[in-house]
Write a protein that binds this ligand. Structure first.
Ligand code: HEC
Ligand code: HEC
Length: 197
């Protein structure tokens, strides 16, 4: 090997090392997504119970949620520590990754009678914004259908106590539901969402 080609080979090796290092700082969307799988399940379909599904989530809602966790403005047992570890660019990649997945729901043994009453309550109080029985994520609200029931319970309790900010109009609906049906109505709603596939 002459001197010129040794230099050329060295350049190739060093450029490979540089691109290798670049790859390590910007992982792919699926590599990032896999780091969440221990709790949120494969591709964002949770195995429960208090960890929500992320599959199918609207990317705007996802980005808002991560920002709120980062700045400690949304109550969290775990997520504010986790969210702080990701850059805006990585959060954008994660948002795309999870929003493109389909949820694979598990049987949560919801009570059929409660679910039937919950369906009616949903139509009256919640469908306006959580369309298609809570399946839609189009209004940049979370997906309620087939969401983990203990997660929904915790979240609604956080809303009611004021620990998590809720849209003004949603607060009005929840208040009037509580007045008309009490906590029983909320429990029936949760069984309705948990019963959906
Ligand atoms: C150790 C378990 C754990 C890990 C790992 C984890 N999460 Fe979470 N996640 C939770 C829990 C529990 C909640 C409910 C809020 C809380 O208590 O922190 C949650 C809530 C969320 C929510 C709110 C969803 C909604 O419907 O509003 C998002 C978004 C989220 N996590 C994203 C992620 C992402 C992205 C990762 C990976 C980078 C991740 N999580 C890793 C446990 C985890
Ligand atoms: C006026 C529109 C509106 C109405 C009516 C409404 N919601 Fe919401 N809901 C929202 C929006 C917007 C969000 C996202 C809030 C946020 O995180 O900033 C949300 C979020 C939620 C979440 C959190 C989802 C998650 O993944 O963490 C739950 C649970 C929920 N709503 C339940 C209900 C129930 C039950 C009703 C009926 C009693 C209802 N909502 C009525 C707009 C509404």
């Amino acid at each position: 090997m002459n001197k010129k080609s040794i230099v050329k080979n060295l350049l190739i090796v060093s450029s490979l090392t540089i691109s290798g290092a670049a790859f390590a700082v910007t992982p792919s969307a699926s590599m990032l997504g896999n780091t969440c799988a221990g709790c949120h399940g494969t591709n964002g379909s949770s195995n429960g119970p208090a960890t929500p599904n992320l599959a199918g989530i609207s990317s705007e809602y996802f980005i808002d949620a991560m920002a709120e966790y980062k700045e400690d403005s949304r109550p969290a047992t775990i997520m504010s520590r986790i969210a702080k570890g990701y850059t805006d660019e990585e959060i954008q990649l994660l948002a795309t990754f999870f929003s493109e997945k389909k949820v694979v729901s598990i049987d949560q043994s919801a009570n059929a009678k409660k679910a039937r009453s919950g369906k009616k309550i949903h139509k009256k109080y919640c469908e306006k914004c959580h369309e298609d029985g809570g399946r839609s994520s189009e209004d940049d609200a979370g997906i309620l259908a087939s969401q983990m029931m203990p997660y929904l319970r915790n979240t609604i309790d956080d809303f009611i106590s004021g620990d998590r900010d809720m849209p003004k109009k949603m607060r009005k609906r929840i208040k009037s539901l509580q007045k008309q049906k009490g906590d029983k109505g909320i429990d029936q709603l949760i069984h309705y969402y948990g019963s959906q596939r």
